[in-house]
Write a protein that binds this ligand. Structure first.
Ligand code: SF4
Ligand code: SF4
Length: 454
């Protein structure tokens, strides 16, 4: 690894840029003995785009299925919810509006200005190599984001619905459609029925939760959103989850992390549109929804409802395999069978863990011991302003990268995933995670990982 100077103090960003050492707190010989997939920071070169195989069939030993229960979506309690805005996308939407119009008024405008100034200062301190890293990173991010823009609301022309319907029992149809989705490349697929209990998680007229996610537009100063009809015209939601490259994610912030997250984000525009076409060609109405302003709802709520995982302290979907799942969906009237909820003990684990909040560079995540009722949803608070500013300056996926569940699939981590399922085991697992990977895990260096670094 090349020696580098430390010109600025923003810890995670600099670590990602390879300025500081990436030494692990784990005993090196033990990690080496476990093999290259013991940890992304372990011995052995792995490419950032070399995805760890995400088990397409998750062994049932790692979770249990729980039936639908009134007052709950998945394992999260909901009481007269007033909505579940996706704070992350909401923040970016605000920045897009203000940025496109160079409007620095109001709280969000002021925040954008501060973020731009801070980023400028940071950029001025970079070495030539680091500056080039940022250029490569931004170019690759754009290669993904351009899908968002070209496939934004109103631009995609769906395939015709075939007049000949394939008729199959719902359980058989569901099993086949899941296999087809995985064949296209997603890792996990769940199905939920769209009913009144999920209505609060659908966006409304006047929403500002991302309808401009497709791209900023000069002259658009208010995000008026789209009207989402109710009763909703589709009965089922097929939620698609694709794992981000775990090694790149462990860069935590900066260019390598940005390209890892963005690449998956771009692919998530494609997967649901492939599946939409399949369903329509089988004779049923269907609509692809991805995080580019074409989505009618909050993906995390739908994924939890579809049994893909649980709501974590960091506000993301966490599955037994981690916090690094990107989500997209297809809504349809094809006859399907909804999945039961998933429970792997995360609600208790998050009370003990707090690792995402303790490592969040902006302090956006709650360190509370217990979740509280926020907008009718029992969850932990999330400061969208702090998070959006941080992500604008350095890029950030620290909360997903340090989550003890975001680990490669091997025997050691499998044991951990089972231990973590009960509250006593949760404490043990958290301590083991701190011992092996550090309470504040070091960011991966880009050497050997970033595709532009020879
Ligand atoms: S760790 Fe990063 S992405 Fe996560 S909440 Fe904090 S600032 Fe946002
Ligand atoms: S890092 Fe810990 S507290 Fe945060 S979501 Fe993951 S398990 Fe929960």
């Amino acid at each position: 690894m090349k020696e580098k100077k430390t010109p600025v103090s923003r810890r995670n960003f600099l670590k990602t840029l390879g300025i500081t050492g990436a030494a692990l707190a784990a005993p090196a010989p033990l990690l080496a003995a476990l093999g290259n997939n013991a940890d992304p920071s372990g011995a052995g070169a792995v490419k950032a785009n070399q995805l760890i195989e995400y088990p397409k069939e998750m062994p049932k030993i790692f979770y249990k299925r729980v039936p639908k229960k009134d007052g709950y979506v998945g394992t999260t309690k909901v009481l007269n919810p007033v909505g579940f805005p996706d704070a992350r996308e909401h923040g970016f939407s605000q920045f897009f509006i203000h940025g496109a119009n160079k409007d620095y008024s109001g709280e969000w405008g002021q925040l954008l200005k501060e973020a731009q100034e801070e980023k400028k200062k940071l950029m001025a301190t970079l070495t030539e190599e680091q500056r080039q890293d940022v250029m490569w990173g931004d170019a690759i991010v754009q290669a993904s984001d351009i899908w968002h823009i070209n496939l934004e609301w109103g631009k995609w022309a769906p395939a015709p619905i075939s007049p000949t319907k394939l008729e199959l029992p719902p359980d058989v149809m569901s099993a086949k459609i899941k296999k087809v989705a995985k064949w296209f490349g997603v890792d996990q697929v769940g199905i939920c029925e769209i009913n009144d209990s999920l209505r609060p998680f659908f966006f409304k007229i006047g929403r500002t939760q991302g309808s401009l996610r497709g791209g900023p537009r000069a002259g658009v100063t208010v995000d008026n959103g789209r009207e989402v009809p109710w009763p909703y015209p589709y009965k089922y939601c097929i939620v698609l989850a694709k794992a981000e490259g775990l090694y790149g994610l462990k860069a935590l912030t900066g260019p390598l992390n940005n390209v890892t997250v963005a690449t998956e984000c771009g692919e998530d525009d494609i997967f649901p549109r492939n599946l939409e076409t399949v369903v329509r060609q089988l004779g049923y109405d269907a609509r692809a929804q991805s995080m580019n302003g074409t989505e009618d709802f909050n993906f995390v709520a739908m994924a939890v409802a579809a049994g893909l995982g649980e709501l974590g302290r960091n506000g993301q979907l966490i599955s037994p395999w981690g916090a690094h799942l990107r989500l997209s969906a297809v809504t349809t009237n094809m006859p399907l069978l909804a999945d039961d909820y998933m429970d792997f003990g995360l609600q208790d684990f998050c009370k003990t863990c707090k690792k995402c909040a303790e490592n969040c560079p902006s302090g956006a995540l709650s360190l509370d011991n217990e979740p509280s009722m926020i907008g009718g949803v029992l969850r932990y608070s999330f400061d969208a302003k702090k998070c959006t500013k941080q992500r604008t300056i350095t890029g950030c996926a620290v909360c997903a990268g340090v989550c003890p569940y975001s680990k490669p699939d091997n025997i050691v981590h499998s044991i951990g995933r089972v231990i973590g399922q009960n509250p006593v085991g949760a404490k043990v697992l958290k301590n083991l995670d701190d011992l092996f990977y550090g309470a504040h895990p070091a960011a991966r260096d880009m050497d050997g990982l970033a595709p532009w670094r020879l």
